[in-house]
Design a protein around this ligand. Structure first.
Ligand SMILES: NC(=O)c1ccc[n+]([C@@H]2O[C@H](COP(=O)([O-])OP(=O)(O)OC[C@H]3O[C@@H](n4cnc5c(N)ncnc54)[C@H](O)[C@@H]3O)[C@@H](O)[C@H]2O)c1
Length: 395
């Protein structure tokens, strides 16, 4: 069966990456951008990246060339006339995205699926501009799209029944790991991961430990790949602070998602992190990285607190049916490479222990930020776990 033709709007970091994924999966791709230079950069970049894969022996050279030939840059939306799917990856501005979808709908066939790669806007708000919002859905890739396996599939309230599952199957056929989640702020990853930054910042602000020590605790004792401060510096405070602020605002200022003034100041100063040469750490030539205080008792206290907050967020996302238990675990292990799924980790630690940590924080601070999710409390109180206990072997 012929693969559907895919149109991609926006050929920046995400659009180019998505075009590569889709072309590699065998779909003819039309790549559109208003900016001719961006379009040129994207096509050159896609060719270089596919040829590099071939050089490394990760892709037969003929397949790389075939994928390159499948990507056709275009300067007019008219190119999308035969598309079965259009994915938008342009600037993160609601009015601009809505206008683009209005124009796209005038060109594409009635059955063409329309998707947005938005990170922070609600899919319902973008879909509301469409004539046929029932064919609209979110397909949220992670950066860089060719490397990151996780893809969040987000049906809007207007999306027709069945489209989420069809989209999941399609994305899976591209060799990706799709998860389905509700149209809620941050979807799965950008919601559940917030305390990794937020609670680490809180510990820093309170002077419990410095950035290097907190990073040490989470990597050495917790098994996370990067400590929160090194990771924020890597992501860039312009991006990471803005996401935190957007999620906080979208959740009606729930204190669980409250941004940190310390991070805001770095953002305001232009100390964006690695790319600016300065963030929490100094990346300028000759700078010496600070040494952590390798105190196991302090380290465990830091890990326990950040982990309890992360688990609480995952539990609450399950409680509010943002995603299934398995999709939540998949998202955090494959999307942000957590060493374990947070719910399985909670089972391992014992739910009463996690609940005690949260309740002690709540008692100490009297802040709503530390309220335990009702689901966590219910399971812990009933002596239950998130996952069924493994069957005993009778060998
Ligand atoms: N960068 C990330 O880490 C990341 C991850 C997931 C999702 N996203 C989302 O993906 C989208 C794109 O992000 P990006 O980082 O690739 O941005 P980018 O700035 O790298 O690229 C955006 C591209 O869209 C083009 N563009 C802008 N308005 C347009 C229009 N009206 N019509 C056609 N082209 C237009 C620009 O010329 C530019 O080339 C955003 O919605 C963003 O929130 C970004």
């Amino acid at each position: 069966m012929d693969k559907i033709t895919v149109g991609i709007i926006g050929s920046g970091a995400m659009g180019a990456g998505i075009a590569q994924v889709v072309a590699q999966a065998g779909h003819p791709v039309f790549l559109f951008d208003l900016n001719a230079a961006a379009l040129q950069r994207a096509t050159t970049g896609i060719s270089a990246s596919l040829r590099k894969l071939a050089e490394k022996g990760k892709l037969p050279a003929a397949e790389a060339e075939a994928a390159i030939a499948r990507v056709r840059p275009c300067a007019e939306l008219q190119c999308f006339a035969a598309c079965g799917l259009v994915i938008e990856a342009i600037v993160e501005e609601l009015a601009v995205k809505q206008a683009v979808f209005r124009d796209v709908e005038a060109v594409v066939p009635a059955e063409c699926v329309l998707a947005s790669n938005t990170s922070s806007l609600s899919l319902a708000s973008i879909a509301s501009a469409c004539q046929r919002p029932e064919r609209f859905i979110g397909i949220h890739f992670f950066n860089p799209a060719p490397l990151m396996q996780l893809v969040e599939v987000i049906p809007a309230v207007q999306t027709r029944a069945g489209l989420a599952e069809e989209t999941r199957a399609l994305v899976q056929s591209w060799g990706k790991l799709p998860v389905i989640c509700q149209d809620t702020p941050g979807f799965i990853v950008n919601r559940v991961a917030r305390p990794y930054y937020g609670e680490a910042l809180r510990l820093l602000d309170e002077g419990v430990a410095d950035a290097a020590t907190i990073d040490w605790a989470l990597t050495e004792l917790g098994g996370f790949r990067m400590g929160p401060f090194a990771l924020m510096d890597f992501i860039g405070h312009d991006v990471n602070y803005r996401v935190t602020e957007a999620v906080f605002t979208a959740f009606y200022f729930d204190p669980r998602f409250k941004p940190s003034l310390t991070q805001k100041r770095l953002f305001e100063a232009g100390y964006y992190g690695r790319k600016a040469g300065r963030g929490f750490y100094d990346y300028r030539e000759g700078a010496t990285p600070p040494e952590p205080t390798r105190d196991p008792a302090l380290g465990h206290r830091i890990l326990q607190r950040v982990l309890a907050m992360l688990i609480n967020e995952a539990a609450d996302a399950l409680h509010l049916r943002v995603a299934s238990r398995d999709d939540l675990e998949l998202a955090m292990t494959r999307g942000v490479n957590y060493p374990k799924g947070l719910l399985a980790w909670a089972d391992e630690l014992g739910l009463p222990a996690v609940l005690n940590t949260l309740d002690a924080l709540y008692e100490e601070y009297r802040e709503d930020r530390y309220r335990a999710s009702p689901l966590l409390r219910r399971l812990a109180t009933a002596g239950q776990t998130f996952f069924p206990a493994p069957a005993l072997s009778h060998s």
